[in-house]
Design a protein around this ligand. Structure first.
Ligand SMILES: Nc1ncnc2c1ncn2[C@@H]1O[C@H](COP(=O)(O)OP(=O)(O)OP(=O)(O)O)[C@@H](O)[C@H]1O
Ligand SMILES: [Mg+2]
Length: 432
């Protein structure tokens, strides 16, 4: 669990609580020392777990030993400092040296608190980027890439990765679990629908939203702890690390039939809030998405910082990418649009590599309607029999479905290298 740490003096309670409330409204977890206790060990631990530190700059915080200890530890850990001036404090030498270089915001600025929240939110998003694997064409490898590339990322590059199955066909879930397990999870609402609507995970006395086809629940709900919602794909005897899945289900196709725009809007806001909430538990969140433009596409696009579009080296896939870019530009407000990267998938050695070479040279930019040649990842995923989906074998743990951890046969080494190389290129992009 990661949070923003608020360093404050015990005299600044009003300002502290106001900021805490604004962060809560933005679904950003925070941590601050309880007013009546000076527990240095707890504070140090909270700083080590934080993704950024807000420092309340005031006449009393300048004199506070606690604040000085907080800032010193943050500096030693290279933690991002976001100071916020709340009165006309005269800065001492320590503050001038350590805090002032970062000080840009104050409570006297119009919109000061809102700007503070926006800055914290940007740091929070950078900590855990959200990536949507999407193409408005079916069968181009979205699900294969969601599992195999990001399984390899987690294994080779570390970090905690969450996969979310946003496709009502729920193939990603079936790549790891048998249908019985997937459907039992959906029946208990331990599945993706619990990101959109209040479900049996949130309260015992509700009817599952998966059973209510004709109505949408707009009642607000609080996020359940991660472990109650996700499925751990690594488990016992695995090579370790955190790779989790929020399993999919057919029932989320109900949103495509709903006509109450106001209710859909609330359902979408809940989804965005939940994704923001679970960012604190992960370093990367990946959506596998459905191939047609629906309400779910809009949700994914609004939550994502980047879209990764797999593309076959052919003209039909090109059309899917063109439509996708069009949908992003038409449907998502400027300033909130995710960046678009395109990955060639299932590239054979023969004639199709000409298509790839031409695309890289810009020959298809006009047809794509955007600078496809610039959006293309340098690495590509070759066509390989190893990547053809197989249903999980009975009794085999989910992580064994990942090529990075399992399988034998010629060419596997090369495929693993490709998967890792794509992961590294993407990581550099999302962290830039
Ligand atoms: N690089 C590859 N080499 C060989 N087969 C591949 C490769 N990538 C994907 N496939 C196979 O192509 C088929 C379609 O892939 P996948 O299900 O990942 O596509 P998708 O875009 O998720 O499809 P949908 O739009 O239905 O969700 C699967 O059988 C998969 O195993
Ligand atoms: Mg798929």
């Amino acid at each position: 669990m990661s949070h923003v740490y608020i360093s404050h003096s015990s005299d600044d309670l009003d300002a502290l609580l106001e900021i805490h409330e604004s962060l809560r409204m933005a679904a950003i977890p925070d941590w601050y020392a309880p007013n009546d206790k000076d527990d240095r060990a707890a504070a140090d631990q909270a700083i080590d777990d934080a993704f950024a530190m807000i420092v309340l700059v005031s006449a009393s915080s300048v004199r506070s030993k606690t604040v000085r200890a907080d800032v010193t530890r943050a500096k030693a850990r290279n933690l991002r400092l976001i100071p916020f001036q709340i009165d006309k404090a005269r800065l001492n030498g320590f503050f001038k040296h350590e805090v002032q270089p970062h000080l840009r915001l104050s409570s006297t600025m119009p919109d000061g608190t809102r700007q503070l929240v926006a800055e914290v939110q940007a740091a929070y998003k950078r900590k855990c980027p959200v990536l949507a694997v999407m193409n408005l064409k079916g069968g181009v490898g979205k699900t294969t890439i969601s599992s195999q590339v990001f399984g390899a990322w987690q294994s080779a590059l570390g970090g905690r990765v969450l996969l979310v199955d946003l496709d009502p066909q729920y193939n990603l879930t079936q790549a790891f679990f048998d249908m019985e397990y997937a459907d039992a999870s959906a029946a208990a609402d331990r599945s993706v629908i619990s990101l959109f609507e209040r479900s049996r995970l949130h309260a015992r006395d509700v009817v599952s939203p998966g059973e209510r086809w004709l109505s949408l629940s707009t009642e607000p709900f609080a996020a359940v702890p991660r472990a109650e919602l996700v499925h751990d794909l690594m488990g016992e005897d695995s090579p370790g690390g955190r790779l989790d899945l929020i399993s999919g289900q057919f029932e989320i196709s109900k949103y495509a039939f709903a006509s109450d725009a106001a209710a859909l809007d609330k359902v979408k806001s809940q989804f965005l809030r939940m994704i923001d909430h679970y960012r604190s538990d992960y370093d990367l969140i990946v959506f596998d998405t459905n191939p047609n433009a629906t309400f779910l596409t809009r949700c994914a696009l609004e939550a994502a910082d980047r879209v990764l579009a797999p593309m076959h080296p052919d003209i039909y896939s090109l059309r899917g990418v063109r439509l996708l870019n069009h949908v992003i530009e038409e449907q998502v407000e400027a300033g909130k649009r995710p960046a678009l990267s395109v990955l060639f998938n299932a590239v054979g050695r023969s004639e199709q590599s000409t298509f790839e070479a031409d695309a890289r040279n810009g020959a298809y930019d006009a047809k794509a309607g955007f600078a496809l040649s610039k959006a293309l990842l340098k690495s590509a995923l070759p066509r390989s029999g190893h990547l053809v989906v197989k249903a999980p074998k009975e009794g085999e743990p989910p992580w064994k479905q990942l090529l990075i951890h399992s399988g034998r046969g010629g060419g596997l080494k090369a495929i693993r290298e490709s998967l890792k190389t794509i992961g590294m290129e993407l990581k550099a992009l999302v962290e830039a």
